[in-house]
Design a protein around this ligand. Structure first.
Ligand SMILES: [Zn+2]
Length: 110
């Protein structure tokens, strides 16, 4: 078993797996053998479309892993959830309401 583990480290990986685009995950099989699994790296974290801050509650997974998640687990259940951060949303809503009040005052007949 031990010899196989040592030999396992010496085996040359396939050319595609020599790139650092692949994460290496060391696993020990039930037989005690050390093997290396390759996985694509995780994508970057989701960012706010306005200020660029990192968004919470949005998992950074590969699309095939995201497709397995429930819709409620993919983004916060708020308007523009997973697109803009709560601070930008609050500011945007306030500006929109203030702008609408301003225009309604100008156009009202009273
Ligand atoms: Zn923002």
């Amino acid at each position: 078993m031990k010899i196989r583990a040592v030999l396992g480290c010496l085996i040359m990986p396939r050319p595609m797996y020599r790139s650092r685009g692949w994460r290496r995950i060391k696993k020990i099989t039930p037989g005690g053998e050390l093997i290396v699994h390759y996985e694509k790296r995780r994508p970057g974290k989701a960012r706010c479309a306005i200020c660029g801050r990192e968004l919470h509650g949005v998992p950074s997974l590969r699309p095939y892993q995201l497709s397995k998640l429930a819709k409620t687990m993919k983004r916060p259940e708020r308007i523009y959830g997973g697109v803009i951060c709560p601070a930008c949303l609050t500011r945007g809503l306030r500006e929109a309401v203030r702008a609408s009040l301003h225009t309604s005052k100008l156009t009202s007949p009273l």
